[in-house]
Design a protein around this ligand. Structure first.
Ligand code: SF4
Ligand code: SF4
Length: 438
């Protein structure tokens, strides 16, 4: 029975690949052919991904079957045999998919059981977001599509697998603490690497060819000056909507630089004062927004505005190289960048929080020693909640020897809140890696 069901699982996926081939979608066919291979890993996530693909496939067969039958009826052709065959295919797909959700299949795919749901969800969400973004974009969004038109499905598959891997790794607090700076730095390196290649004439590595400065403050200042161009502002807002202020700990192309600079400093960061954290960034926010509006009202040329923005960006790099490197804190992000302040403030409107369990916390301050955002003073720990500058980076969670720090979300248990938050972060990390370029 088990062998029969596994055969049907593979057959169901092969039929989906054949359907893609019949429509001339070679790349989608190749991506679907890779799904049965995932089962060889015997990982729980591979089981759930196969189940999801088969159940979705059953819905697709119903839709395709109805279309074929209607066509044959309209042409006055025999349709009964076709309806019978496609009903059988639908049942095979649905039955095999549901069987993969059962206990026997669970026993056959025992590896990574604890992370199977977050990994499968990260895989599915990444595929869904990239498919929608690819379909809606006015230019080829994925790099593979630019060099091999139509083959972006393979990049979607690779990014979805990356998201699933990240989600699994991030679940462990210590692995998350070690991996986060590397993943973030990799994203920034890919982002700026593509910009450099674009600047030397390889236009395929640019988004549209309309260049703008990669300075986060321009996310608000740019639209204020231009009176349009809201793409980055929408992307930033959508990120805050999903994961609160985690833009500034996982996803910002410049924040990764500040993170690396702070890691060159002392192992134990020297916290910044509240005055700098709030007033420094507030002043920068007023300066950039007010300045952008003033430049627009004065009719200043775009080139002058670009030069001023470049100066602002260079000043930010100076803050990283001088303060962050010397103090071991992310001075640029917690005291200079206005977008960091916006992320913190808007993030407070979202329900994601980091909470300190005051019953188990011994006030040992191990968490403070790893927080590079100066969000864990003695008073913050006493209050059971980090300061406004917290970006939900999660470093303190793995550092607490008493398991007193947790991600929280109303209505979710601590493990569920952690798994949900990091699944979303892993998904966005993979999607950004695929689509973020200038
Ligand atoms: S504070 Fe600014 S530079 Fe730092 S991560 Fe946030 S948006 Fe990026
Ligand atoms: S309080 Fe914890 S989660 Fe928040 S920024 Fe500091 S180390 Fe990161």
């Amino acid at each position: 029975m088990t062998a029969l069901m596994l055969t049907l699982v593979v057959l169901g996926q092969l039929l989906l690949a054949a359907h893609a081939l019949r429509r001339g979608e070679w790349a989608l066919c190749a991506a679907l052919l890779a799904l049965p291979l995932l089962l060889l890993t015997r990982r729980g996530a591979a089981r759930l991904i196969a189940a999801f693909a088969l159940v979705l496939g059953a819905a697709l067969w119903v839709d395709a079957g109805l279309g074929f039958v209607r066509l044959r009826m309209a042409l006055g052709q025999d349709w009964l045999r076709l309806a019978f065959i496609l009903s059988g295919v639908t049942l095979v797909s649905l039955g095999a998919g549901l069987w993969m959700l059962g206990r026997r299949a669970q026993e056959l795919f025992p590896r990574g059981r604890e992370a199977e749901v977050p990994q499968a969800v990260a895989f599915g969400l990444t595929v869904a977001l990239l498919v929608v973004a690819r379909a809606k974009a006015s230019v080829p969004l994925l790099l593979v599509d630019r060099f091999l038109p139509g083959w972006g499905w393979l990049e979607i598959l690779a990014l979805a697998l990356y998201a699933a891997w990240l989600a699994g790794e991030f679940l462990d607090p210590e692995r998350h603490r070690l991996l986060r700076p590397r993943v973030w730095a990799l994203f920034s390196a890919v982002f700026f690497g593509q910009l450099l290649l674009g600047l030397i004439g390889l236009n395929d590595f640019l988004m549209t060819g309309r260049l703008h400065l990669p300075v986060p403050a321009l996310i608000v200042a740019g639209p204020l000056f231009r009176g349009g161009g809201l793409f980055m502002a929408i992307l930033f807002s959508a990120t805050v909507l999903f994961v609160g202020p985690a833009w500034c700990s996982h996803l910002c192309y410049i924040g990764a630089w500040d993170d690396q600079c702070s890691r060159l400093g002392p192992k134990r960061p020297e916290p910044l004062s509240d005055r700098w954290k709030l007033w420094g960034r507030l002043a920068a926010l007023v300066l950039t927004c007010g300045g952008a509006l003033a430049l627009r009202l004065l009719g200043v040329e775009a080139l002058t505005a670009v030069l001023l923005a470049a100066l602002f960006g260079l000043a930010g790099v100076g803050v990283m190289l001088s303060f962050s490197r010397r103090l071991g804190v992310m001075a640029h992000c917690t005291a200079f960048c206005p977008i960091g302040l916006l992320g913190n403030l808007l993030g407070r409107l979202m329900p994601w929080r980091l909470r300190i369990d005051r019953d188990t916390c011994t006030r040992c301050r191990s968490c403070s020693r790893v927080c590079r955002y100066s969000a864990l003073s003695g008073a913050d720990i006493e209050a059971g909640t980090p300061a406004l500058s917290c970006t939900l980076c999660g470093d303190c969670i793995g550092a607490c020897p008493h398991d007193s720090m947790h991600y929280r979300f109303p209505g979710l248990s601590k493990p569920a809140a952690r798994a949900t938050f990091l699944t979303l972060v892993a998904t966005l990390s993979a999607v950004f890696l695929g689509v973020a370029r200038i």
